[in-house]
Write a protein that binds this ligand. Sequence first.
Ligand code: KG4
Ligand code: ZN
Length: 330
Amino acid sequence: MDEAILAIDTSCDDTSAAVVLGGVRILSNVVSGQLGVHERYGGIVPELASRRHLETIEGVVEEAMKAAGVTFPLLSAIAVCRGPGLIGSLIVGTAFAKALAWAHRLPLIGVNHLEGHICSAFLKEGTPPTLPFISLVVSGGHTSLYRVDGLGQYRELGRSRDDAAGEAYDKVAKMLGLGFPGGPIIDRLAKAGNPRAVAFPRAYLPQTLDFSFSGLKTSVRNFLLTKDIHNITVEDICASFQAAVIDVLIRKIERAAAQENIKSAALSGGVAANDALRLRVTQLKGIETYVPPKPLCTDNAAMIGAAAYGQWLRGDFADMTLNPRAYLPV
Ligand code: KG4
Ligand code: ZN
C-alpha cells in the first residue's frame, strides 16, 4: 500500500481531516464548517473559531479515519497545517496532531496552508496540470501567483499588496448587507446582473505580478454612498464588482504564463469555487487550465495530505517542538 497520511487543517474556520494515499488518492476528506457561528458578526471571530475547533476536532478526525477504513497502525504519518492562519485555530490543530503522533508513535509533518492549496492540483480528481505550471491561490486570506516545477518546488511570482480577492468579496457583500461569507452569495446574485452596469476600476499594476483589491472595494463603497443608483440593481453591482476582480485575475495568469514561458495553469483557494471565474479560465487562449472540484478549492485537509507527501519523500519531518505561525510564507 502507498503511504497513507492523516492530514488535519484548522487554519481558519473549517475543521478538516483527511486520509490521503501517496499524495494523490483521497480516501476521506471531512470538513466541518462553522455555519451559524460567525454570520451575525459579518466576519470570522477568531476566539469563537478556535473554541469551535476544540469542540469538533476529535469527531472530525474519527470520522475521517472511519470513512477511509484505516486504523492508526496503517498510517505512515500525521500531517497538520502549521500556518499561515488564525493563531488560536492553528494551535488547536497542531496540538491535536502532536498528541496523536506521540500517542501512536508516528512521524509528524508540519505543512504550509498555501502549499496545501497549490498541491490540491495534484489530487487525483481530474487531470492534473502539466509541469511546470502557474498556480493562482485565491482565497479569503491570500491572492498569490506561483511557478510550480513539482511537489515542493514553488517560486512566488506575485501576491496581493492589500486585501485578498476573497476578502474583497466578503467586504463588498457586507456593504450590500448580503451576509457572510460573501463570495458564494455574490457569485449567485451576479448571474442575474449586468457586468457592464458599473465601470469599477481594475488595478492591473502593469509592472508587477502583484495584486491590489482595496481600491476596488473603496470604489464600491463610494458608489453606494454617492452615486445615483436608480436602475442599478444589487445584482448589477455584484456582477460589475465580480467582473473587475476576474478581469484582473485572468490578466495576471496570462502575464505570469508569458513571463515564465509556461503553457499550463491551476487555480485553488475559495474564490476558485466561483462559477464565473471557472468559466473564464477555460477560455484562456494557449493555456491549459485545471481547476479542482469546488470542495478541493475551499479549505480542506486532503490538500494538506497532498503537500505532506512531498515532505514525507524528502524526509522533512517536524517534532514535538512544532509551533504554528500566523504568518508563514511558502
Ligand atoms: O480558501 P478558503 O476556503 O479559506 C481561506 O483560506 O481563506 O477561502 C474562503 C474565501 C472567502 O472569502 C469566500 O467568500 C470565498 O473564498 N469564496 C468565494 C466563493 N466561494 C468561497 N468567492 C467567490 N465565489 C465563490 N463561489
Ligand atoms: Zn485556504
